[in-house]
Design a protein around this ligand. Structure first.
Ligand code: RM4
Ligand code: NI
Length: 284
């Protein structure tokens, strides 16, 4: 399925528009005639990007190129803002390299912290309003707000699963830490302390931002790791351990609960059909 520019942009000359999703519902695999910047405000969900499923949550920024194929599945109160734009606006020719999200390794997902989300929210509101105006000045204003947005994101984002995380005690960094270390043994008392939260406060702040608990988040990160690994290995027990589970029965139970399949059925199915999570087949 390919989404047509005509269905979202008011006229051929409009080069940026905003589609808030409050919430984003399940959405089948698709590509586009335009690019997207997806800014996740809260909640959680599975984002399948070019065959790879990843759990996404608050503060994540996804740079989706027109030709990327992606889908949203298993969403829980996933609030996001979709900024659709024509590639002329941020093409590496006219803008500084990397402003459109791609770096040398073609990274598509980044993370910002709550302060940055706080700066971005009013900008998105203004951008949204300007994209509704039909006059030429609104179009110029919308494009200039969009460029500001792109610069703010570019300046403040950090790699969601990379090394060298900033040390400040913020939830965005906790999420990034968990993503980066999800296959290790994690002690949440330790994590809360390390990032400067009391245990009670940690659970509350975490739930407000992600609509899930730290434990469930971690289990799903591990399942995401396992789903990606099962494309390469048929040793279920090995995959379970390598993904951070220390009990392969629990792994199979949690895996089936998420996907409706046992790990080996899942592996067979992606090999045969290239399907990723249950439901991806809804796409054409
Ligand atoms: C959908 C979903 C898609 C996006 C379209 C415009 O709800 O967010 O990713 O391409 O909207
Ligand atoms: Ni899309």
């Amino acid at each position: 399925m390919r989404l047509a520019a005509n269905d979202f942009f008011r006229c051929g000359a409009q080069r940026v528009t905003v589609e808030p999703r409050t919430p984003q519902s399940r959405f089948p695999l698709h590509d586009h005639e335009f690019n997207e910047i997806v800014i996740v405000m809260s909640g959680n969900g599975w984002h399948v990007l070019n065959e790879e499923p990843r759990l996404i949550t608050c503060g994540e920024i996804l740079y989706i190129k027109a030709e990327d194929r992606h889908a949203f599945e298993e969403v829980h109160d996933l609030y996001l803002t979709n900024v659709l734009y024509s590639s002329e606006l941020l093409s590496t020719g006219s803008g500084p390299a990397g402003i459109d999200g791609g770096d040398a390794c073609q990274r598509r997902n980044w993370q910002v912290d709550e302060d940055v989300l706080g700066q971005v929210r009013p900008l998105l509101d203004r951008l949204f309003r300007e994209t509704k105006g039909a006059d030429p000045l609104s179009a110029v204003m919308a494009e200039s707000l969009f460029l500001q947005l792109a610069v703010i994101l570019c300046r403040n984002r950090f790699a969601a699963d990379g090394d060298g995380l900033p040390g400040a005690s913020r939830l965005g960094q906790v999420l990034a830490y968990l993503r980066h270390n999800c296959t290790e043994q994690i002690d949440f008392d330790d994590v809360a302390r390390r990032f400067g939260y009391s245990l009670r406060n940690f659970a509350r702040v975490f739930h407000e931002a992600t609509a899930t608990t730290p434990h469930n988040y971690l289990v799903r990160l591990r399942l995401g790791h396992a789903m990606r690994s099962l494309r390469l290995s048929d040793n279920v027990t090995e995959v379970a351990f390598a993904s951070g589970f220390n009990d392969s029965n629990y792994f199979s139970y949690a895996f089936r609960k998420l996907t409706g399949l046992s790990p080996s059925e899942y592996r067979r199915r992606i090999q045969q059909h290239g399907r990723v999570l249950s439901g991806s087949e809804a796409a054409s």
